[in-house]
Design a protein. Structure first.
Length: 379
């Protein structure tokens, strides 16, 4: 196994002086596509601190990699928000905690003043918010280096009406990521290792390519599979697309047995291809009737999954940055059979944790789950 290394770079908020922290006891990071804060912790001894004065609002960059040279794979670009000092008979330690840069600065508050006539698409508005963050940070002491947030934004199709009172930018991003504004299903967003805001449609399928397979005994050190009922959905509002005149088509379907047990649990989903596929092969016809019937049949199959037990899996692998948050991966087992009698299952990567310690080296933990898209793939 290649030599595993880490690099932690501390930058003082007031002086902008950067210093490497070289003797961390352990390093932990957490990042994901869900509404949880991407965070990090560093645990240091007084000796490991080497007289370095750390303070809240200082920045921390964490890199991990393999080989003899300093690693360049950035896994966390964050800001310190708490410092905990502990004293015991084993000595004193400092735990440095914080959140990633994106989580920190996305609490800037802005309005949403756009009307359809302004010609702004959801992707245009997301780009505007990032440009605003970069611009305002040019004039903020200590964080002028934060003006380099790049953009990997997937364009959306149509201008939107998006108006609201002032609220944090991350709330704008979450709202703009819904199908109501993208018109192409739910989007996800995160800060990648190139310091870019990725804002894209939630991937549905990765074609079962070999690089997208996690195999027991090959890739994974440990695997924990939980089978249970999570976030039951038993009623759907389905966006089926638009008809020949550009008018929206909507369908509804329910699982009455599930509703009788747990009450109404609604979800809005986009399957605009029901109409677009029909229009692509017809010059006229009752696209509205076709799309609604197709959507109801599809929705019934989905509700059978969303109202039933599903899988959540935690996989531990050797340290790596090769996994992409939000993507779908095929979990291949040897001795475990999933409920459909297959030894493999499609699951979405929702959260990823990195841990580096002297005892274990670099370990990556993956949280995967069966959501509505992968549930259909697994039918």
């Amino acid at each position: 196994m290649a030599l595993q290394r880490y690099r932690v770079v501390h930058t003082d908020y007031t002086t902008a002086v950067s210093t490497d922290i070289t003797e961390a006891i352990d390093i932990n990071t957490r990042e994901g596509i869900e509404a949880t804060i991407d965070s990090f912790t560093l645990r240091l001894t007084r000796r490991g601190l080497r007289g370095l004065a750390l303070d809240v609002e200082d920045t921390i960059k964490i890199y991990c990699g393999e080989g003899l040279t300093a690693p360049t794979d950035l896994i966390m670009d964050g800001v310190i928000n708490n410092i905990v000092y502990s004293l015991s008979n084993k000595g004193d330690t400092y735990v440095i905690g914080g959140v990633n840069k994106l989580e920190h600065i996305m609490h800037n508050i802005l309005p949403a003043p756009w009307r359809v006539g302004d010609g702004k698409k959801a992707s245009d508005i997301v780009e505007y918010y990032i440009d605003w963050i970069n611009d305002i940070n040019k004039h903020s002491p200590g964080i002028s280096s934060w003006v380099d947030i790049g953009k990997d934004i997937t364009p959306t199709a149509d201008p939107i009406d998006y108006q609201s009172n002032d609220k944090p930018i991350f709330q704008h991003l979450e709202e703009l990521a819904t199908d109501k504004y993208t018109g192409a299903g739910p989007f996800i967003y995160y800060l990648n290792s190139d310091n870019e805001l990725v804002w894209k449609a939630r991937p549905k399928d990765d074609a079962g390519s070999e690089s997208a397979t996690i195999e027991e005994g090959v890739d994974a050190i440990n695997i924990k599979i939980t089978y249970g009922v999570y976030d039951v959905i038993n009623a759907l509002i389905i966006n089926c697309g638009v008809d020949f005149n550009g008018h929206k088509i909507t369908a509804h379907t329910i699982n009455s047995a599930s509703i009788g047990k747990v009450g109404w649990k609604w979800k809005y989903v986009a399957k605009t291809e029901f109409a677009s596929n029909y229009i692509a092969s017809h010059t006229s016809g009752n696209v509205r009737d076709y799309a609604r019937k197709a959507a109801k049949a599809w929705g019934q199959g989905l509700l059978l999954k969303l109202g039933a037990p599903r899988y959540k899996v935690v996989v531990t692998v050797r340290g790596t940055t090769s996994f992409i948050k939000g993507n779908v991966y095929k979990l291949q087992m040897q001795n475990y059979t999933f409920k459909d009698s297959n030894s493999y299952y499609n699951l979405r990567l929702t959260n990823m944790r990195h841990n580096f310690s002297a005892k274990q080296g670099w370990i990556t933990t993956l949280d995967l789950e069966e959501d509505e898209d992968t549930a259909l793939e697994n039918l």
